[in-house]
Design a protein around this ligand. Sequence first.
Ligand SMILES: [Mg+2]
Length: 394
Amino acid sequence: MRIRNIRCREVTGSLPFAGEFWEERLSRPIDVYPEHRTEGVPWLERRDAQTYTVRATFMEVETDAGIVGLAGPITPNIAHIILTDFKGLLLGADPLAVELLWDKLYRLSVHGRKGITMMAISALDCALWDIRGKWFNVPVYALLGGPTRERIPAYASMLGFSVEPEQAAARAREFAAKGYTAQKWFFRAVPADGPAGVERNVALVQAVREAIGPDADLMLDCWMSWDLRYARTMAERIAAYRPRWVEEPVMPDKYDVCAQIRRHAPYPIANGEHEYTRWGFHKLLEVGAQDVLQPDIMWAGGLTEVVKIAALASVYDVEVVPHNHSTYATLHFSASQSPALCPVQEYLVKWNTINNFFFTHKPEPINGYLELPQQPGIGWAIDESVVETCVIME
Ligand SMILES: [Mg+2]
């Protein structure tokens, strides 16, 4: 079997949704600047009062055996890298040789070892695993040594919901009633918001903890927006609410600062959502920057690489709970790993409404568990009936 063509499809569709889809955004490192701190959520396009336009780009790797490997959604700039930098290398190659092709792509990308070039390699890797699974007629986790369990516990990741205490508490109760025993909430206030921001963040934690009760797990995401001093201030204020973890307190390059925060924090620290490859994660593990490692399959190097990152983490007794850009890709990873190493999987409630929009089947937790895909390959397939416009890039 040989790779015959690689193309990308930019598609649009209509998401019926009355009212504001994104009620709130997360804090961002750039919020240190007042003109950015007040910005809203820019990334969903409203068509009319009842409808949003959803845009997505998918990549297809076509083989001469009639099998097509799919990956996505990706962004148009990642598609551009795939088509201009990588396509020539891959045409005519054996798509089953994923280790060989990963190594070649990596060695070709000396200026792209982190960031969007590695995201392009990740997408290609997932498409190649999709081909592998379809070729051997099994789900990808079966090729990776799984399934290690029949279903994967999921936590509700509450990005995009209002963080006003009363509304957050109501949402938290709603999702607890759906069977989730763990939820992650996202801070909105940043250090530059001063003492009032601290109070706002603490009020969110208090409201959600009281709503979900003492036994449920509560995770909190800082999205790289804190600094060492703020982390210490917040630790004093939120320790009593017993977070299961506090996530990504500082910018990804601050390895040692994150390790310092972890040493002093009275709760576990999660980190690595914006780190890439085994070399980046090895550095995080060496300095002891976290208790929970969060590589994203679609960003950190694909399934090929994140399996290696998980092996490294197991040596350090650090849990691996991937950031979940793709529920599909992460399911195959989770199902191939020990439940002791990867106990739970993220499910971004609002994000998945958009990210899985074009798929025929949308994996969604039931009673707090995700079922494993049974189809050969990764299992994702585009539902052509919801595609309204399509531009092919080759
Ligand atoms: Mg995060």
